[in-house]
Write a protein that binds this ligand. Structure first.
Ligand code: PA5
Length: 447
């Protein structure tokens, strides 16, 4: 269902060096399964696809159905790992032009709490006028400022419109089993609640209710998503030989390229629907590996669009880049270029499928980038459907865990994320941060 091709890494490092790392990659993979590496308390995601039960999926689907019955817009509130997975799958599988349709088959799903922009939330509230609204609020810690602010505002709006009891029917919380302000609030208000398992960190949580509930609310086949991930769990298990294990191969290739000075990885795809998979992937790898002064900087491009903005740099700029392309074998639909005439110079393409042109663009770019000193890796998937995307996400998670261990970091913590929060609280005079607030204000004056 998914293949990994590192043949074109040869533009930067010998393929034999990647294969030489195979044994170590296998050991790191085993550490994930046996819980013998750093961050072993956060390995619940490893066997999540094979352990999620029909009953759990049913409960998620039932809650989603209830929301779909009362709401024609569902606002999903969350940030980081409590946001990007659902968004990535939704954008991958949804029709980007759904807003143009007169007939809707289910609620619109939109996102909030991933920023603190006054205008963003104002525009959202305005757009919600006249619509019937439901809210899914997601926060593992239950204390993250951005979603907490958005939820306070949206909850106020729902209570104003529907009363407290009516709002209760339209709000579902996804949070920790016992800790955090959101858990307390959900218990007090009697919201339907889903638990994020203790041993699954935010950026690895897309296959828990964090991702599954918003996706089910959008009408996505979460059973197929999990089934794709389940197959990938088997295909990437420790014990599957390196030559057939795409996650170990990808992790090893990244590690060898990093060691050879390739410090930036660009994830690209020729399917624009995968744009947010790139955003999700950036968080996954950036937050998992970027620590202790180490780590590949993850960037992403959507192709061919970004060849007309970033293409020059990739081809010709500073040589520190390698590229990983998610290559999709078959489109879901068929569309051909019109026949007749050559006034526009496209006679040679008449009658040919767009996917053929797209594939030739992809092949031509890979060769050009390799010639320009940008090693290429390729992740091949059959198509962008729920099954394929489930497999793709799990593949990246598994490779990320192995890659973090190869790099020698704990891929399951994120100590650096706290620094900005402390400063923001101090500058906003949060109780307990007053002294630090005065010190930071002095620093800002000095600037
Ligand atoms: O991966 C992570 O742990 C983070 O990106 C979190 O998901 C993000 O900070 C949101 O945290 P929370 O779900 O606690 O609100």
């Amino acid at each position: 269902m998914l293949r990994f091709d590192y043949g074109m890494a040869a533009a930067g490092v010998p393929v034999s060096a990647i294969e030489a790392l195979g044994r170590r990659a296998g050991e790191c993979n085993r550490m994930l399964e046996e819980g013998t590496g750093a961050g072993a308390d956060f390995l619940g995601w490893v066997s999540l696809p094979s352990s999620v039960t029909e009953t759990e999926l049913r409960r998620v689907k039932d809650a989603a159905e209830k929301l779909r019955a009362v709401a024609d817009v569902v606002v999903v509130v969350g940030i980081g790992g409590s946001y990007l997975g659902a968004r990535a799958v939704l954008e991958a599988l949804g029709n980007p032009f759904a807003c143009l349709r007169r007939e809707r088959s289910g609620p619109d799903v939109v996102f909030a709490g991933q920023n603190i922009s006054e205008d963003y939330l104002y525009d959202l509230l305005e757009a919600l006028q006249g619509r019937s609204v439901g809210v899914i609020v997601i926060s593992k810690s239950g204390t993250t400022t951005e979603p907490a602010i958005a939820f306070r505002i949206l909850r106020g709006e729902l209570e104003r419109r529907y009363g407290k009891a009516g709002a209760r029917e339209r709000i579902v919380a996804v949070t920790d089993r016992s800790r955090g302000a959101l858990k307390g609030l959900a218990d007090r208000e009697g919201y339907a609640t889903f638990v994020i398992p203790d041993d699954v960190g935010g950026r690895y949580s897309v296959l828990t209710p964090v991702g599954l509930l918003p996706l089910a609310a959008a009408g996505i086949d979460i059973g197929a998503l999990v089934a794709g991930a389940r197959e990938m769990e088997a295909a990437t298990a420790a014990g599957v030989p390196f030559g057939r294990n795409p996650a170990e191969q990808y992790a090893a290739a990244r590690n060898v390229l990093y060691g050879a000075g390739y410090r930036v990885e660009i994830l690209g795809s020729y399917e624009p629907s995968l744009h947010y998979v790139g955003e999700w992937w950036k968080q996954l790898f950036g937050e998992s590996e970027g620590k202790e002064g180490k780590g590949i900087f993850p960037a992403s491009v959507t192709l061919t669009a970004d060849l007309h903005s970033m293409g020059q740099y990739i081809q010709d700029g500073e040589r520190m880049l390698f590229e990983t392309v998610v290559s999709v074998a078959s489109p879901l639909h068929e569309l051909r270029i019109g026949t007749g005439g050559d006034e526009d110079g496209l006679g040679f393409l008449a009658g040919r499928r767009l996917s053929e042109v797209n594939r030739m663009a992809e092949a031509g770019v890979a060769l050009a980038h390799c010639d320009g000193g940008v090693p290429n890796l390729r992740v091949d998937i059959d198509r962008v459907d729920a099954y394929g995307v489930g497999g793709l996400l799990y593949f990246f998670e598994r490779a990320c865990g192995i890659s973090g261990y190869l790099l020698g970091v704990n891929p399951f913590d994120q100590p650096g994320v706290e620094a900005y929060k402390r400063n923001m609280y101090a500058l906003l005079d949060k109780p307990g941060y007053e002294k630090e607030g005065r010190r930071l204000r002095e620093r800002l004056k000095e600037r």
